[in-house]
Design a protein around this ligand. Structure first.
Ligand SMILES: C[S@@+](CC[C@H](N)C(=O)[O-])C[C@H]1O[C@@H](n2cnc3c(N)ncnc32)[C@H](O)[C@@H]1O
Length: 493
């Protein structure tokens, strides 16, 4: 195996040598484990990605991509759609599939929490991702749950909402709502409501290994206790928002035990008799148990069931994850959730006749049965001005007054020259279209990917939006017919 050439130097972003940051972890490991950890830190991290089963069949797509882009892939053991890239001729960030959301680039450790959900407990689940931005784990959850029911992807940081919206629409997720609230509120606003909750908590990022997305920085004990206290409040909120029998996954990208096991320990004490921490050890390639204690503090033995991914366990960044089942109802004070009905923000539902017209347009222009996703994913069509959207009925029926930053997936736009298919819809479903498709040869597709318009040889209705493929059956977005030219609408982002 070849290693990624550019490796991040083993230092904290604050400039302090990593050895000083490591000092707090040495007492937590046996000497031979600590030596293995130091050896692991000398090895660079392979990049990794996760294939989007909403847009492709990963079993077919992964070998195709590997052949086309010269990738050598290694399976991430606990994530069937995850792969490390141990050698690559084309960077994984430089393909049309990446731009169109056919896979998501993500550290392999971050693939663990969504894999811990047992989605067989509800067929159209209500899912809350309490601290979701930029949305990597939300995309994983939508794929694993089949994009049914509803995922509310929430984040309290205004600066991070745009990233979350872009990641979810690039992924092509429909059954989602993005919200912007302090996660601490959901337990009082929506008691015992959700089937599943993910708390991927804001943490001290002591993952030991510095990566671009998770810089290891020097941290004080005071900061760690403040973060642990915030996580305990968020986890209590997640737990209160969960229905009895439901499942919370709690995760962090840090290995400080005051967060992690310490926060689980607080939850166990706060809700005695209602919390069951699953023992994850049999689900991991090798055992990676939580700690029994740290310094003078002893934790409830149940926290050892969690997964503590020291970097040398699976060659990942440091990470922590736990799966928690709510075994009994708990009561707590409730509050009214904020309210702003969708209709007040300019949206209105399509009438049954308007919906039938749109179904017919999809049938005629693309040979695509739009009614299939509307039925299987339980969606309704709405408009705001000329723009049309597919919205999840689970949101409309259960949360319709909860203010959202975005909802569902754009479908298209009605214009003076007819219906224009939205990029997001073409990227999600375009490979299933039978008509309205233009297939490019290799030279044309190179020009297309450079953003060039193309001359059209066959006659197409002026103003029509075509979905574009190439001879490798790659989805290359959309183009608009303008006389004898095809205007390039491939996303430049
Ligand atoms: C570890 S990151 C989440 C990463 C994300 N789950 C992913 O996989 O892409 C933690 C997030 O928590 C958010 N956050 C911090 N405090 C919060 C709070 N009180 N309520 C909700 N979100 C919060 C941060 O803005 C940050 O986006």
């Amino acid at each position: 195996m070849t290693r990624k050439k550019k490796r991040t130097p083993p230092s904290t972003t604050a400039g302090a040598p990593i050895e000083s940051a490591l000092a707090r972890f040495q007492p937590l490991l046996a000497p031979e484990d600590y030596a293995a950890l130091l050896a692991e830190l000398d090895r660079p991290l392979y990049p990794a990605f996760r294939a989007n089963s909403l847009k492709c069949d990963p079993d077919l797509a992964l070998p195709r991509w590997a052949a086309r882009y010269g990738w050598q892939l290694a399976a991430v053991p606990y994530c069937p759609t995850g792969r490390w890239v141990t050698r690559s001729e084309t960077p994984i960030s430089a393909t049309p599939e990446h731009r169109l959301g056919f896979y998501y680039i993500q550290d392999a450790a971050s693939m663990l929490p969504p894999e811990l959900f047992d989605f067989s407990r509800a067929s159209a689940p209500l899912i809350l991702d309490l601290a979701a931005s930029p949305g990597g784990k939300t995309t994983h959850i939508t794929a694993r749950s089949g994009d049914r029911g509803l995922v509310i992807a929430n984040d309290s940081s205004a600066d991070r909402i745009t990233a979350l919206r872009i990641v979810l629409s690039t992924w092509g997720s429909i059954n989602n709502a993005v919200t912007h609230f302090p996660g601490e509120k959901f337990g009082a606003w929506f008691p015992e409501t959700f089937d599943y909750v993910l708390l991927d908590a804001p943490c001290s990022m002591q993952g030991i290994r510095t990566t671009e997305s998770h810089p290891m920085r020097a941290i004080t004990d005071h900061e760690i206790s403040a973060l642990a206290a915030r996580q305990a409040r968020l986890l209590a909120s997640a737990f209160l928002a969960l229905r009895p029998g439901g499942q919370v996954v709690y995760s962090t990208c840090t290995l400080t035990p005051e967060e992690d096991e310490g926060v689980l320990d607080v939850l166990l004490r706060q809700f005695p008799g209602a919390v069951r921490i699953e023992d994850l050890q049999s689900r991991l390639p090798t055992r990676a148990p939580g700690l029994s204690g740290a310094g003078p503090r002893e934790f409830d033995p149940a926290v050892q069931g969690a997964a503590r991914l020291w970097p040398h366990r699976f060659g990942t960044s440091g990470f922590f994850a736990a799966s928690i089942t709510k075994t009994a109802s708990v009561s707590a004070p409730t509050l009214d959730a904020p309210s702003r009905p969708l209709e007040r923000t300019g949206f209105e539902p399509l009438t049954p006749a308007e919906t039938r017209d749109i179904l017919q347009i999809f049938q005629d222009a693309y040979g695509f049965d739009l009614n299939a996703p509307l039925t299987t994913q339980d969606l309704s069509l709405w408009r705001r001005g000329p723009r049309l959207f597919a919205f999840p009925n689970a949101y409309l029926e259960r949360f319709s007054a909860l203010p959202v930053q975005s909802l569902g997936l754009p479908l298209g736009e009605e214009g003076s020259d007819g219906f224009q298919l939205a990029h997001e819809w073409a990227a999600r479903f375009g490979l299933r279209f039978q008509n309205g498709v233009l297939t490019l040869d290799e030279i044309q597709s190179q020009a297309w990917l450079r953003g060039e318009d193309l001359p059209l040889s066959a006659a197409h209705p002026d103003g029509a939006t075509l979905v574009i493929r190439d001879e490798w059956d790659r989805n290359l977005g959309r183009g608009r017919v303008q006389g004898e030219r095809l205007k390039n609408l491939y996303p430049r982002r």
